[in-house]
Ligand binder design. Structure first.
Ligand code: MG
Ligand code: ZN
Length: 224
């Protein structure tokens, strides 16, 4: 019985995700779904990412949090339209659904957006199960977390298309085994690109930004 209910929820979600995806395709918008545990530096990464892309690339952001507009307030300083979703009003606290994304889209002029960034709720578990209509999924982990996160949360690393290893400026001060973390990622998802970055110093950002720009170019080509 319970299995059926869960399946139904995901079926409804997938139907709306499909609708979102068609709309993004029609408008030529490249969409990334950024996921991580709380505190890995998602918002900081996105602040710096926007500062590299705007105004050359027209960006918009949807930020999911259980409550507060703190992250949206920070991101709004980067000259891109930002919508904050507080999931406590949607009855789903710990992840974004396709329906929530759909309802946020009316806040944007979709004809003017090349890149839509979705900052999911900080959680390595259920956001991985909900398709929102995105093109690529990106997982962020930081060197302040355990090296074994990828093997503890395999679904997240399996469904993602790229990973960012953040806070590498802290490596000299930690006993973090970076190679073990990279090996754990490749155990779960061989050949997934991993960008080693620091949102603080912006080390490693050029490769990440280049990857994003290439994805945006590809999406534009497909639309034509
Ligand atoms: Mg955040
Ligand atoms: Zn959830």
């Amino acid at each position: 019985m319970e299995v059926k209910i869960i399946r139904k929820v995901l079926d409804v979600n997938d139907a709306i995700a499909h609708k979102n995806r068609n709309l993004f395709k029609e408008k030529g918008i490249f969409v990334i779904n950024v996921m991580s545990s709380p505190g890995s530096g998602k918002t900081s990464i996105l602040e710096k990412t926007l500062s590299h892309l705007v105004p050359e690339v027209s960006c918009a952001v949807i930020v999911g949090d259980i409550s507060t507009t703190n992250d949206a307030d920070r991101l709004a300083k980067q000259n891109a339209p930002v919508v904050q979703i507080n999931t406590d009003g949607f009855g789903g606290d710990c992840h974004l659904t396709a329906h929530v994304i759909e309802s946020a889209l009316s806040s944007f002029d979709l004809d003017k957006i090349d890149l839509l960034i979705v900052e999911n709720v900080g959680n390595l578990v259920c956001p991985a199960e909900f398709d929102i209509g995105e093109d690529k999924r990106v997982v962020i982990l930081s060197v302040a977390e355990g090296e074994d996160k990828p093997v503890k949360y395999p679904l997240m690393f399996r469904v993602c298309d790229a990973a960012l290893l953040n806070k590498i400026d802290l490596l000299p001060y930690l006993d973090y085994d970076k190679n073990a973390a990279l090996e754990n990622i490749s155990k779960i998802h061989p050949d997934m690109p991993v960008f080693e970055v620091s949102a603080k110093t912006q080390e490693g950002f050029s490769k990440w930004i280049e990857w994003l720009k290439e994805c945006i170019r590809e999406k534009k080509k497909q639309g034509k």
